[in-house]
Design a protein around this ligand. Structure first.
Ligand code: ADP
Ligand code: HMS
Length: 578
């Protein structure tokens, strides 16, 4: 049966007609809340055509030095966000996208949203962020912790050690290690460092669910963030006895601050309230999809819903998501959740905490003025310029190998106290050489993840890329060569936002499920890049060196990186500048 948009009869007379069946065109809105900005896209339901898009850049972006309006420095490894930025994004990007699409709100049959994760915040019982209350606004722990807040590694280490000591069964679902980025490490940090904020926190909620609360006026929780970031497995959270072993006041953490019925992905969380309608320009009563994560929501947009289709969402960081019919214990993956990506399959998530961020770091720190001038003269941005320069060299010609841990390691070592390593520098080394070595390091990091999945019973039959980095052909060629497999590309440049619009179409009842909607609204260019066997041979040699460094610095051969971080933190604690 061909799926049809629901309620087209509700659309006004004279509405634009679908060329396919002459029915009025129904649309959905997808909003992707990223690290620095939010993006709204208006999508036609019957074929996934993206009709209009708008981007809202957050005023306060990533808060990692001091709270807005304060001169007091935050400690190292902190990363916060401002919920006002997210609300403002709904207010600006949604109406702008509708205007760009020339779509009247009466044609919008649903809205879906996705967020970075684990981006999590303390709120009152009514969902008011503590950061927005004058009584708490000057306390850093009252603010939303962004996914890349890495200051809870000590708590994560204790969470993991105790789980193994007690033989907690759920730890295997997280590759044996819970990340410092996830909900429990961040919440335990609040409890231990600012117990008053912890006591005032009635709800500890993913921003993915909080933004839906802003739209519908009622709290809802989704199976994806609850499973991957909230340690909800087989219908239960970790036991009070285990949690009490971390801190006596933590025993009731899930029962008191997380617990809520969980809704599957693609289901309807509620409808747009009058207040949210005024904020977004949508009509009150428009269906709202349950919250989702930017990575997982992208799978249907990229046609990556079948078992074995591994989707790498490559941007600031990379998330890898893949479905399987097997429930396997894969060391070092972020998590496996039943229905975590689409219903009816085990969804696996792995990831690299720094990818585009690492390249951006090098552009900021390592590129002299004459390169900037040359790039400008050539009409290129610096990424394009260094990519073009370094693309000319044969594989291995720079003599470098790097570890991609400048933002820690999320998979497979799950350790945010690791840091970057660059080996092979000489007086001849040029900025483009280092740039290319960093591109390659991220490809090697992905190969470690793909090998871990396959070795432990999760076959990877196709490698698909979505996200901002798919536009770099050198990077895509490197991935094809390093992985020795074709790289397919998501057709859309707005993968997460399109994915949210797809979930909105399902929540609105236009399709029976996410797979059916993906078949009509998503798209992929298969085998866009094919591996070059000669390059792949040299990359095998370089990968062996990468693995040697990875083992040496990552699995305890040498704890140098941890010692350096301790020294750094001690020195910074005594100084005023970081
Ligand atoms: N041509 C390029 N090659 C490699 N990296 C790039 C290029 N252009 C931008 N980047 C990096 O991409 C990242 C942003 O990716 P994007 O997908 O747009 O954002 P996000 O992951 O936050 O949604 C930045 O870290 C930037 O350094
Ligand atoms: O970790 C996840 C999802 O689990 C991501 O939200 C996080 O890496 C942020 O992604 P971006 O790099 O901002 O796209």
């Amino acid at each position: 049966m061909t799926p049809q948009p629901t309620s087209p009869g509700d659309l006004p007379a004279g509405s634009p007609r679908s060329p396919r069946d002459g029915r009025p065109d129904a649309c959905t809105v997808g909003v992707d809340f990223g690290t620095l900005s939010a993006r709204a896209v208006v999508v036609r339901v019957h074929d996934g055509a993206e009709l209009g898009c708008a981007v809202h850049t957050y005023r306060n972006g990533v808060i990692d030095r001091s709270l807005p309006g304060s001169a007091a420095l935050l400690p190292p490894d902190w990363a916060l966000q401002d919920p006002r930025d997210w609300r403002e994004a709904l207010h600006t990007a949604v109406p702008q996208a509708l205007a760009a699409a020339e779509v009247d709100p009466s044609h919008v049959i649903g809205i879906g949203t996705d967020f970075t994760s684990c981006t999590v915040l303390p709120t009152t019982a009514d969902g008011v962020p503590l950061a927005e209350l004058p009584a708490w606004a000057d306390r850093p722990h009252a603010w939303p912790k962004l996914w890349k807040h890495h200051a809870a590694q000590d708590q994560a280490d204790r969470i993991n050690a105790l789980a193994h000591q007690r033989g907690e069964p759920w730890i295997r679902r997280y590759g044996g290690r819970i990340s410092a980025e996830w909900q429990y490490a961040k919440a335990l940090q609040v409890l231990e460092e600012d117990p008053l904020v912890y006591a005032a926190c009635a709800r500890w909620i993913e921003a993915a669910d909080w933004i839906v609360w802003q739209l519908t006026g009622t709290e809802s929780r989704n199976t994806c963030t609850a499973g991957y970031k909230g340690i909800h497995q087989d219908g239960a959270y970790p036991s009070p006895a285990y949690l009490a072993g971390l801190h006596p006041d933590f025993a009731d953490f899930p029962a008191s601050r997380l617990d809520h019925s969980l809704l599957p992905l693609g289901s309807r969380a509620g409808t747009v309230t009058a207040e949210a309608a005024a904020l977004t320009g949508l009509r009150p009563g428009t269906p709202v999809a349950v919250g989702n994560v930017d990575a997982h929501v992208t799978a249907p947009a990229a046609g990556a819903v079948e078992n074995g289709h591994l989707l790498a969402i490559m941007g600031t960081s990379t998330c890898h998501v893949v479905n399987s019919d097997a429930l396997a214990d894969v060391p070092g993956v972020c998590g496996v959740v039943d229905g975590g990506i689409v219903a009816g399959a085990y969804g696996y998530e792995a990831g690299q905490s720094g990818v585009g961020d690492i390249f951006a770091w090098w552009l900021r720190q390592g590129v002299p003025d004459d390169y900037h001038a040359a790039a400008e003269a050539a009409g290129e941005d610096l990424h394009e310029h260094l990519s073009r320069l370094s693309a000319k060299q044969p594989v291995g010609a720079h003599g470098l190998v790097a570890l991609d841990w400048l933002n820690g390691n999320r998979s497979t070592l799950v350790d945010h106290h690791l840091s970057g390593v660059l080996v092979g520098l000489t007086l001849d080394t040029r900025p483009e050489d280092v740039y290319r070595a960093l591109l390659e390091a991220t490809a090697f990091g992905t190969r470690v993840i793909v090998e871990a999945l396959e070795e432990h019973g999760v076959p990877v039959t196709e490698f698909i890329v979505a996200g901002g980095l798919k536009k770099n052909p050198l990077l895509m060629r490197i991935y094809a060569d390093v992985l020795r497999r074709p790289v397919s590309l998501a057709t859309s440049d707005q993968g997460p936002a399109l994915g949210s619009a797809i979930h909105a179409a399902v929540a609105a009842g236009a399709y029976p499920d996410v797979r059916a909607a993906a078949a009509r609204m998503g798209g992929v260019e298969r085998n866009a890049y094919l591996p070059d066997p000669d390059n792949a041979d040299v990359y095998d040699e370089l990968y062996a060196e990468y693995r040697a460094l990875h083992g040496h610095f990552g699995t305890g051969g040498d704890l140098l990186l941890h010692r350096l971080r301790r020294l750094r933190n001690r020195a910074r604690a005594h100084g005023t500048e970081h």
